[in-house]
Design a binder for this molecule. Sequence first.
Ligand code: C5P
Length: 225
Amino acid sequence: LRQPIVAIDGPAGAGKSTVTRRVAKELGLLYLDTGAMYRAVTWLVMNSQIVVDDESAVAKIVKGVKIDLIPGNTPHLPVEVYINQQEVTQAIRTPEVTANVSAISAQAAVRKELVQAQQNYGVEGGIIAEGRDIGTNVFPDAELKIFLTASPQERAKRRLSDLQNQGYKDINLKQLEQEIIERDNKDSNRAIAPLKKADDAIEIITDRLSIEEVINKIKELYSNL
Ligand code: C5P
């Protein structure tokens, strides 16, 4: 019998990573950051002298690509990300990768390869996965599906503090908000597995909620499974 699967979907900056990581730790579930996988492929393409829109060149690169996600040993340490044995934990979080990731994640060959890898992680259950299409496409039979959102203004503020923590200075909040809206539009309007709330997902709007409150809500829903 497989263990439960928890799917956490939602737009950029809704707090998915922080919340998912903490819930994984507290419930003893395997944490799967699917966005990190799309970011890693984007990084690889950008470092391979091919343009992100060259679908056949991207398809060649992504075929059989090896992505390893190695959990940090405290909840504060990020998961270490490797692609084809190269460590890219920090490199996949730059604004340049962020600006190109939607063009990569819209491509059929990329999604086919990565969704397969994600489903392999989940065969035995006991996993909490965050992304855009987890509840709709990767794990449509997940026992618990959460759709985390917040207003674009709130999400931009959270991204700003993430970036500041990474050492970026002089970031324009309005511009950041614009970029977030643009990325969500691309992710929501692509042909394959767009960002969308699954019919059976529970929506949590996080604007006025603390991280603790969101975590407790998810843990409560999980304990009622
Ligand atoms: O969650 P994060 O911001 O790291 O995701 C980066 C990008 O990866 C998203 O903007 C989206 O284009 C893509 N993505 C996706 N499907 C997922 C997870 C992420 O298309 N399940």
